[in-house]
Design a protein around this ligand. Sequence first.
Ligand SMILES: *[C@@H]1O[C@H](CO)[C@@H](O)[C@H](O)[C@H]1NC(C)=O
Ligand SMILES: *[C@@H]1O[C@H](CO)[C@@H](O)[C@H](O)[C@H]1NC(C)=O
Ligand SMILES: *[C@@H]1O[C@H](CO)[C@@H](O)[C@H](O)[C@H]1NC(C)=O
Ligand SMILES: *[C@@H]1O[C@H](CO)[C@@H](O)[C@H](O)[C@H]1NC(C)=O
Length: 245
Amino acid sequence: MAIILLLLLAPSLAAADVFCDNVKAIATTLSKNAASSPVHFATKTFGGAPNVVFALGLCRGDVLDGPACGDCIANWFGKALNRTRCDKARSTYGDCIVVYSAGDDILAAPSNTTGAYGDNTPPFQQWNIKNVTTGDVPLVVGLVRELLVETAEKAATTAPRLYATGVMDMARVTTYPKVYSQAQCTPDLFADDCSACLRRLLGMVNSTMSLRIGGQMAVTRCYFRYEAYRFYDAQPMLILPSPPP
Ligand SMILES: *[C@@H]1O[C@H](CO)[C@@H](O)[C@H](O)[C@H]1NC(C)=O
Ligand SMILES: *[C@@H]1O[C@H](CO)[C@@H](O)[C@H](O)[C@H]1NC(C)=O
Ligand SMILES: *[C@@H]1O[C@H](CO)[C@@H](O)[C@H](O)[C@H]1NC(C)=O
Ligand SMILES: *[C@@H]1O[C@H](CO)[C@@H](O)[C@H](O)[C@H]1NC(C)=O
């Protein structure tokens, strides 16, 4: 019995080991290349079928230090790989974004059948559970929306990093704190693709989620975030005063 089990498990264990070794090889290259890239971005394909790994690493636009970027990616892989077997696909969205997958070519060029860069998978999203309750709620929700749309356009047109931050000051029209925003695409996208990627995400924000005081959404090649407090270091790149009443 034990022998039969062992025989059944052996091929898949071996395959997992090859895949795991490929992911480990990618971890080293990706963190090194992202650290030395002027836009802190790297992609890598490694291994042969069926254990080929596709991966990308990107640091948030306000992580200016190359070694800090490389460390972020290396640390994430360190944690992700600290298990007996590798997952076939993993992603993270924090100070650095790392995505890897087995077989599914996340690095393929955009195609009009699958959407922006083959990315038709559900987005990562995380929302504050609190709703906007102070101030003129529909007005606040509309101004946050405007901030996000403008931040997305700013990111798409801010080469070479395709990264933008913004702030909306609503003091003239309602009592609500300043709202801070951030958007970024992988820097290998054309402005139009970046803009389309972010608009697709913003299009998924429904009337329930748009009431939330903060949130973030991400797919492989773009993300946005907003909060009612400042969550990045540098001065906002886009300063939007609300229109006069
Ligand atoms: C790896 O996992 C072990 C056991 O769960 C833990 O003790 C160790 O700190 C982990 N190492 C890293 C680098 O996360
Ligand atoms: C997809 O894009 C190609 C090249 O731009 C175009 O020729 C084709 O008609 C498009 N297909 C669809 C279904 O939109
Ligand atoms: C936020 O608003 C939604 C929709 O009106 C409601 O269902 C939900 O309970 C609210 N959440 C909180 C934490 O009040
Ligand atoms: C709004 O989007 C959230 C997150 O994707 C989803 O869980 C929820 O069901 C949606 N609500 C409506 C009313 O469509």
